[in-house]
Design a protein around this ligand. Structure first.
Ligand SMILES: Cc1cc2nc3c(=O)[nH]c(=O)nc-3n(C[C@H](O)[C@H](O)[C@H](O)COP(=O)(O)O)c2cc1C
Length: 179
């Protein structure tokens, strides 16, 4: 599968087979994220992988996610970005570093989900969650932001086509001319 195919094939999948995802495959998808670009090559992203029922149960007890499918996913990759990774500009937690950390994580996670698609895995970004509470439950450093997790498994649904904006709507300039 080439990148174009993976982009076209990827969909948000919220139903999964009861089939384990191997540790090797998880390493492969995280490796794709590891190689992504980041501002000043700061590489702020970290991935906390959850596969065990005990941790999922703790997340459930703390009502971290509002949608039940998330607890059913075989794997949850908690996507973290350390806002203290940037040497330039304001140190520590600032609005600018928050933007940097979020940008870098968004790009890296896109690599992750596309590689997962290539490997035959289904994914779904989950941003609807208690973002501070999950840090507490997983005992993550204070300097990490956790804007979303990615649920991963073998898909058990085939969603129909979704309306996407046309090229005419999204492409503002082409060949130096405003359309
Ligand atoms: C940053 C982000 C957060 C998302 N959060 C959720 C979520 O909390 N729950 C959910 O069911 N889907 C979530 N989604 C999935 C979107 O609903 C989905 O990408 C969108 O409807 C387009 O569908 P597609 O991914 O199949 O193209 C999220 C997607 C992104 C990019």
């Amino acid at each position: 599968m080439d990148v174009k195919e993976a982009i076209a094939k990827r969909r948000s999948i919220r139903k999964y087979q009861r089939k384990e995802v191997s540790a090797d495959l998880i390493r492969e998808v995280v490796d794709a994220a590891r190689l992504a670009p980041s501002a000043s090559n700061a590489q702020p992203c970290r991935y906390y992988v959850i596969k065990d029922d005990e941790t999922k149960e703790r997340l459930k007890e703390n009502q971290i996610f509002q949608q039940d499918f998330v607890y059913q996913a075989p794997v949850l990759i908690v996507c973290c970005s350390d806002v203290q990774s940037y040497r330039q500009g304001v140190k520590g937690w600032s609005e600018e570093n928050e933007h940097r950390a979020l940008r870098d994580l968004s790009i890296a996670s896109a690599f992750l989900v596309l590689r997962a698609t290539e490997l035959g895995l289904a994914t779904c970004y989950v941003g609807w969650m208690k973002k501070d509470k999950i840090k507490e439950v997983l005992d993550l450093p204070r300097s990490y932001m956790v804007p979303f997790v990615v649920a991963v498994g073998y898909g058990n649904e085939k969603p129909g086509p979704l309306p996407k904006r046309s090229m005419d709507e999204v492409l503002l300039y082409v060949d130096g001319q405003r359309k």
